[in-house]
Ligand binder design. Structure first.
Ligand code: ADP
Ligand code: MG
Length: 240
């Protein structure tokens, strides 16, 4: 069974692609409302790990416990219903739809039509997109698209949000906006977050704790200060 103080726990989670082990017996635990950053070199297995949590990928072995239940066999949409939402590495807004129409897609899962406009207003205001209500998403700046996607992920009222490189390619200012939003989502809304990120300065501004993956395994876990000071962590980054 799962430890009930945790929102998420994995046991011996494993994913093999042919002969390659992308996730290697990972035992991971996250407290409710915690903001955890997941770092590690390219190919360390960060995206694979998140895709196992959402149900986008099926594990070769191991279990995933969420909110007190074994969800290993659940389909992605069932995990969304239970409060797990994901912002993928590749942008996944519908470029031909307006901002409001994009938001309606996840909102339909949680509120009736009567509440669409009020909830849309609330989310767009919070994510700084009120003036873009009728703008097609393809015409938004990269930073606005990222904020829309995080807004879409929040629309389903999750308990756990997974974000794969939410500030990749963003300006310093846009990155600071996203950092503030993520801190609020964890601190004010009590949503647990796992954020994959390369930029160690960004990690430092947001994370409670950091997990370092390497070769599919957990290499280190600790506070940002501990991780930054760890010579072995520096070595796996510099050594490729
Ligand atoms: P990261 O996100 O840390 O860069 P990934 O999880 O994307 O790493 O990849 C981990 C390893 O698994 C890499 O060696 C990658 O090539 C491999 N991999 C990822 N997805 C697939 C897939 N669908 N099929 C085969 N190999 C994959
Ligand atoms: Mg990745």
């Amino acid at each position: 069974g799962a430890d009930s103080s945790r929102i998420l726990q994995t046991r011996g989670l494993r994913k093999e692609f042919g002969g390659l082990t992308a996730t290697d017996d990972v035992d991971f635990a996250l407290e409710a409302g915690e903001l955890r950053c997941l770092i590690g070199p390219n190919g360390a297995g960060k995206s694979t790990f998140l895709n196992l949590l959402t149900g986008q990928l099926e594990p070769t072995d191991g279990e995933i416990y969420y909110d007190g239940a074994d969800i290993t066999g659940l389909a992605s949409h069932e995990r969304v219903d239970r409060g797990i939402s994901m912002k993928f590495q590749v942008p996944s807004v519908y470029e031909g739809l307006t901002v409001a129409q994009n938001l309606r897609i996840p909102l339909q899962q949680v509120v009736g039509p009567d509440a669409f406009d009020a909830r849309t207003h609330e989310i767009l205001e919070r994510f700084g997109l009120l003036d873009q209500w009728e703008t097609v998403a393809g015409a938004l700046s990269h930073g606005q698209q990222q904020r829309l996607e995080i807004g879409m992920a929040m629309a389903t009222e999750p308990k756990l949000m997974l974000l794969d490189e939410p500030v990749a390619g963003l300006s310093v200012e846009e990155t600071a906006d996203i950092a503030e939003l993520l801190r609020e989502i964890a601190g004010d809304d009590g949503v647990a977050l796992i954020v994959i990120e390369h930029d160690i300065d960004f990690v430092e501004t947001i994370a409670d704790r950091v997990t370092v993956l390497d070769g599919g395994s957990i290499f280190r876990e600790g506070s940002i200060e501990e991780i930054k000071a760890d010579p072995e962590v520096k070595r796996i980054y510099l050594g490729g």
